[in-house]
Design a binder for this molecule. Structure first.
Ligand SMILES: N[C@@H](Cc1ccccc1)C(=O)O
Length: 512
């Protein structure tokens, strides 16, 4: 095969002699036709130097398939069938025709019947006409000779019958360009130190800038992996009819984070070892006074909830301490209070389904599996007559949507739920059950002070967002998810899409 340089020389000398190359298809190198793709490469490089101009010639042509060639030579199957049937009353037994023509007999018979060339007479085939015109053979011969046919429909039909094939070729018409010359000058792409020193730059020809070249697309505007996986979970919730809770404020009062959740004020989780307390401002009294009064008595002696409470002196100043929320359940308690208020205003209770996926904070030492700030996925359903069975059933559907079909529950304790259940999923890789979340039915000591009707039950659950994200991105150290550790390469090709089945199976561990 000719090299690019050889092809370039060929183009230039031909143009020098003939002014134009009408069709590169007719150009030969070493007596052989040239490869048009290689030719295009040579043309482009000459064109970039303005030495030539060219335009493509696109040609569509038809050829016969192997079977088409056969038919063009021996006639169509139907014509061969006709030829095999002798004239006269007698005809030919079908079995004999088959033996003589083989496969062609079967295919040709139907067409010959349709064309009314032959018919059946008992077990024999007889001629209906004296002579026939084998149009298919004629058509194929025409295609063979001219590479096309005026009847486009016929061409399509013959292609369907696998007798013809369509091909496309591209060749080029080439003319001289403004900088035509027989000699190809070397073009420098940059001025070098050596060129300056030797003075060579004075005579050098420089390659022109290509201002039409497409630049490298800037890579920016990618979501952090956590935000991408969050988007997938959000879609599951929306699909199931949930609305999103407003969780955009990280600072929260102990009141909504703990007290409203029937978490006693001396609970160890409220310690500075577990919770980040705000310094300035350190306190708030911006929570509803009448609700506060009810929560106070419920903690102290159960109030009118039927409980005996925790039997201690509840202090407003503890409830007023500002913290970074330790769980998004702080927002759930606030939302349920809003729901209760709305129910009172409107006089009717409407069931509600809420979710949130947002950041929470715990005063923990950071290691490979723990961060001091992480994200929780939280779901809450409020309706009349809900039972633990509903919670279990709902969990099954919810986790199935995430690709996890083996789910188990284990009783546990939360101050605000009873019964409470840890959620476990079977990990195929580890071959064991791993904890993925926590759940339960909110206690009457939490719901009644909020003002929800006594027959309203609330089921809720929470799980971590970091773990599924780590599994999905193959990250083994949770610290690699911290903002400054995430690089563009890691996230750029990662589409926002539904959680796949594999990941669901791998999803392990609540980030706690
Ligand atoms: N708030 C709990 C999760 C949870 C939510 C709702 C009900 C029960 C449990 C946690 O921090 O892990």
């Amino acid at each position: 095969m000719a090299t690019t340089e050889e092809l370039q020389t060929l183009v230039l000398t031909t143009l020098d002699q003939n002014q134009v190359i009408e069709d590169s298809k007719n150009i030969k190198f070493d007596g052989k036709p040239i490869d048009q793709l290689a030719f295009l490469g040579a043309l482009n490089s000459l064109k970039s130097k303005d030495m030539v101009d060219y335009s493509p010639i696109e040609l569509e042509f038809w050829t016969l398939t192997e079977e088409g060639e056969q038919v063009a030579k021996d006639g169509s199957h139907e014509a061969r069938v006709f030829a095999a049937v002798p004239s006269g009353e007698q005809g030919i037994p079908i079995a004999e025709l088959q033996a003589r023509l083989g496969e062609a007999a079967k295919i040709g018979q139907g067409k010959a019947f349709k064309n009314k060339w032959i018919s059946k007479k008992g077990a024999n085939l007889v001629r209906l006409v004296d002579s026939i015109v084998d149009q298919t053979q004629k058509d194929l011969l025409e295609i063979k000779n001219t590479s096309t046919h005026k009847d486009a429909k016929l061409l399509a039909e013959l292609k369907k019958r696998k007798l013809t094939d369509k091909y496309k070729t591209t060749s080029y018409k080439v003319t001289k360009g403004p900088a035509f010359s027989l000699e190809i000058k070397h073009e420098a792409t940059e001025i070098t130190y050596e060129m300056l020193q030797s003075g060579e730059w004075k005579n050098a020809t420089f390659k022109k800038y290509n201002f039409d070249a497409v630049g490298v697309p800037p890579s920016g505007g990618h979501l952090h992996p956590l935000m991408k996986v969050r988007q997938e979970f959000r879609e599951i919730f929306f699909e199931m009819g949930f609305s999103e809770m407003p969780t955009n404020c990280f600072a929260e009062s102990s009141f909504w984070n703990f007290d409203a959740l029937f978490q006693p004020q001396q609970h160890p989780a409220r310690d500075a070892h577990d919770t980040f307390f705000l310094k300035d401002p350190a306190n708030t009294d911006r929570f509803p006074r009448d609700l506060m009064a009810k929560i106070k008595v419920t903690h102290e002696n159960g109030g009118d909830t039927g409980s005996i409470g925790y039997n201690y002196k509840w202090k407003e100043e503890d409830a007023g301490k500002l913290i970074l929320r330790t769980h998004t359940t702080a927002v759930s308690s606030y939302m349920l209070y809003q729901l209760a208020e709305k129910t009172k205003r409107e006089g009717v209770f409407n069931p509600a389904k809420y979710f949130s996926i947002d950041r929470v904070f715990r005063n923990e030492s950071v290691d490979a599996t723990h961060l001091a700030e992480f994200h929780q996925i939280e779901g809450v359903i409020a309706d009349k007559n809900l039972t633990l069975g509903d919670l279990i059933g709902f969990m099954d559907v919810f986790f199935k949507k995430m690709g996890m079909d083996k789910i188990r529950f284990k009783p546990t304790y939360n101050p605000y739920t009873e019964p409470s259940m840890e959620i476990f999923s079977y990990h195929e890789g580890l071959k064991q059950w791993v904890e993925i979340g926590n759940s339960g039915m909110f206690r009457p000591e939490m719901l009644l002070p909020l003002g929800l009707p006594p027959d309203v039950r609330v089921i809720a659950w929470g799980l971590g967002l970091e773990r599924p994200t780590m599994v999905k991105y193959g990250i083994s150290n949770i610290r690699d998810l911290l903002g400054h550790k995430v690089n563009i390469a890691m996230i750029k090709d990662y589409p926002v899409c539904r959680l796949d089945k594999k990941m669901g199976k791998e999803l392990v561990g609540l980030s706690e």
